[in-house]
Design a binder for this molecule. Structure first.
Ligand SMILES: NC(=O)c1ccc[n+]([C@@H]2O[C@H](COP(=O)([O-])OP(=O)(O)OC[C@H]3O[C@@H](n4cnc5c(N)ncnc54)[C@H](O)[C@@H]3O)[C@@H](O)[C@H]2O)c1
Length: 257
């Protein structure tokens, strides 16, 4: 076990799969006390079991629907009661976005659920956790934008997803402004295409759109959750105390060319 995050209490959302799972396991391996959550209890429990098997246990509250304020409060209360503070909040959870072009997207069943599942849940977690982050006197919020916070896609109809991730990108800058006086840093990671549950569901890795993205990377491969988790370790650690209001492209170089 390494100790880049030793002594830090970290709230991590979406630990059941993909990037959130990778972050939870990597944070625990780096010495953090992880309090995770997920809407899917079975997958969250699998992550808890994997962490225990690795000898770096994590805690989890599940099921927690982060679009439901009472659920968010119940999860954050665990950190408050046990530790009285949180040094890190990682908002990795998001729903798989609804895909439809502008002239076909249904407001109630596609647009609104995507915005709620990508943006509202970040707001709820930040607001509920804010007093615990203030109490840490040196905390880090890590939110997930995307390459598609800054560009559209020729291959996927991701109008609502672009809106959601653009919102996370910009709101995180304002969180950095508001958190500054309390020592709260806030940054986004903007992943490229990462092999996760969500992208597998969408048929991306190995599919035509995934192959196009892979060809655009400068390193010749798609990402895996640990590629992203290492960036989150840095942002959560004391190595990054001068880093706030920034956006980190972790995308195999896709945005560079
Ligand atoms: N995978 C990629 O290529 C990629 C690219 C850019 C950005 N991102 C972003 O990274 C983050 C993680 O993506 P991923 O691909 O690992 O997703 P994923 O679907 O593989 O995992 C997301 C996890 O969040 C949980 N979750 C979903 N809605 C929830 C809710 N309402 N309450 C609690 N838990 C909930 C799911 O159950 C799941 O375990 C997301 O914000 C996503 O938008 C991913």
């Amino acid at each position: 076990m390494a100790d880049r995050l030793k002594g830090k209490v970290a709230l991590v959302t979406g630990i059941g799969a993909g990037i959130g799972q990778g972050v939870a396991l990597r944070f625990a391996a780096e010495g953090a006390t992880v309090i995770g959550c997920d809407i899917d209890p079975a997958s969250a429990q699998r992550t808890v079991d994997a962490a225990a098997e690795a000898g770096t246990p994590i805690e989890s509250v599940h099921p927690v629907d982060l679009t439901n304020r009472a659920d968010v409060r119940r999860w954050v209360a665990v950190a408050r009661e046990r530790h009285g503070l949180a040094h890190v909040l990682v908002n990795a959870a998001a729903i798989p976005p609804h895909m439809a072009p502008v002239d076909e997207m249904d407001f109630d069943t596609q647009w609104r659920p995507t915005i709620a599942g990508e943006v509202d849940l970040v707001f709820h977690a930040c607001q509920e956790a804010w007093p615990l982050l203030q109490a840490a006197q040196g905390a880090s919020v890590i939110n997930f934008a995307s390459v598609n916070a800054s560009r559209g896609s020729r291959h996927l109809s991701m109008l609502a997803h672009c809106a959601g991730k653009g919102a996370v990108l910009s709101m995180t800058k304002q969180l950095a402004v508001e958190g500054g006086p309390d020592g709260i840093r806030a940054n986004t990671i903007a992943p490229g295409l990462v092999r996760t549950h969500a992208t597998a569901l969408a048929g991306l890795p190995g599919g035509p759109a995934g192959e196009i993205v892979k060809a655009r990377t400068l390193v010749g491969r798609l990402g895996v959750p640990d590629d992203i988790a290492w960036c989150a370790v840095y942002l959560a650690s004391d190595e990054a105390t001068w880093v706030t209001g920034a956006n980190f492209a972790v995308d195999g170089g896709v945005m560079a060319a």
